[in-house]
Design a protein around this ligand. Structure first.
Ligand SMILES: NC(=O)c1ccc[n+]([C@@H]2O[C@H](COP(=O)([O-])OP(=O)(O)OC[C@H]3O[C@@H](n4cnc5c(N)ncnc54)[C@H](OP(=O)(O)O)[C@@H]3O)[C@@H](O)[C@H]2O)c1
Length: 339
């Protein structure tokens, strides 16, 4: 279901008055609307950039999933089940897993986190995943990355049953995406496509530039934008790309998934482009309790005035990743029930 654009896209001014509010009927926006009538009039004269509000869009998707799960259970099925395997004590991984578990519970998906001893061998982890593959009460399996150095993640991912691979990282699902067959799409690229769709950004025939070619973000995003769903014309950039700016400047839709603060500056974007910033970087910030803040790969402050739409970091792509993981888990449950 496509949601009306104004609900999710918060208009922000072109010239620094970033708290301007045109959608005065929205309580969250009203709090921000401190501007005088003349400010608002002047904003009407200049074009507006729009903030693509991933947090709100993700919440809307989670609401839809919650309703679908309730219907599913109401018709006599057991709730969808997601099992997460977390190896090691990386605090960031543990925090991501807690977030996924909370989000699953919120929509009625049952979630279990297995935390085998960090010394578990690769062979034992393969056995554990195979056991989950055989368990009829498990719909989705997610092995949280990164794994400890003594375990080969490629082998573990390849062990997951492709029909339970809700992360969409298994080579079979990657191949299905490549060949246009149904399969699980990795959650972040899936989320990017949903952000564009629900923000009414047309991809067809547009110049799309993706910076970063990882298997989990860049490559699948390029395939989706350029495949039959998107029908865009795609350029995929990486470390060896010569004159990156000459590519990014052509982009009607620019997706950046690198992990480098301020890689994309204002002179590298086309006026009126749509910019999707996937990057998550920590920068020191003594004014914050935790001592850092999160920023993306795009120089937001200087790029935002130039473009038509942009995702913030945090609050853009990030929340979509979890929402689409839940979507994949519900899909897995319904497929298993009818297999
Ligand atoms: N919001 C979310 O939910 C979400 C989800 C996943 C990832 N992320 C974030 O997105 C970022 C990318 O993640 P990832 O897993 O895709 O990273 P990754 O596996 O490290 O891949 C980074 C990619 O960026 C390319 N690259 C590096 N420096 C470059 C440069 N100067 N110019 C052009 N390309 C360059 C690399 O090129 P080569 O291939 O040539 O090395 C590589 O393809 C990270 O900040 C990560 O935290 C966010």
């Amino acid at each position: 279901m496509s949601v009306p654009e104004p609900f999710f896209i918060r208009p922000i001014s072109k010239k620094g008055a970033t708290d301007c509010c045109i959608l005065l009927d929205r309580p969250a926006y009203n709090r921000r609307s401190q501007h005088t009538l003349s400010n608002i009039r002047s904003l009407h004269r200049s074009p507006l950039a729009q903030l693509i509000d991933g947090k709100s869009i993700a919440q809307e998707i989670r609401n839809e999933i919650r309703a679908e799960v309730a219907d599913w259970v109401h018709t006599g099925h057991r709730p969808p089940q997601l099992t997460v395997v977390l190896v090691g004590d990386d605090p960031a991984s543990a925090s991501y897993v807690r977030g996924k578990q909370r989000a699953a519970e919120e929509v009625g998906i049952e979630s279990t986190t297995l935390t085998p001893d960090p010394s578990i061998s690769e062979h034992e982890l393969v056995d554990l995943v195979e056991k989950l593959n055989r368990d009829p009460d498990v719909d989705g399996i997610l092995v949280q990355l990164p794994l400890p150095p003594h375990i080969n993640p490629t082998r573990i991912i390849a062990t997951i049953d492709p029909d339970k691979d809700v992360d969409g990282f298994h080579p079979e699902n990657a191949g299905r995406l490549m060949t246009g067959q149904k399969g699980f799409i990795p959650a972040t690229p899936f989320g990017i496509m949903e952000l564009l769709r629900r923000s009414n950004v047309s991809i067809e025939s547009k110049e799309c530039v993706v910076v970063g070619r990882s298997n989990i973000v860049g490559k699948p995003t390029a395939l989706l934008l350029g495949g039959p769903t998107g029908n865009g014309t795609v350029t995929l950039c990486h470390r060896k790309t010569v004159n990156l700016a000459s590519h990014t400047r052509r982009a009607d839709i620019l997706v950046v998934a690198v992990g480098k603060v301020n890689l994309i500056t204002a002179d590298m974007v086309k006026e009126g482009a749509t910019v999707i910033d996937v990057g998550i970087n920590r920068v020191p910030d003594p004014t914050r309790k935790r001592g850092y803040r999160l920023v993306g790969d795009v120089d937001f402050k200087n790029v935002e005035p130039k473009v038509a739409r942009i995702t913030p970091v945090p609050g853009g792509v990030g929340p979509m990743t979890i929402a689409m993981l839940l979507r994949n888990t519900l899909t897995a449950a319904t497929r298993h029930a009818f297999a």
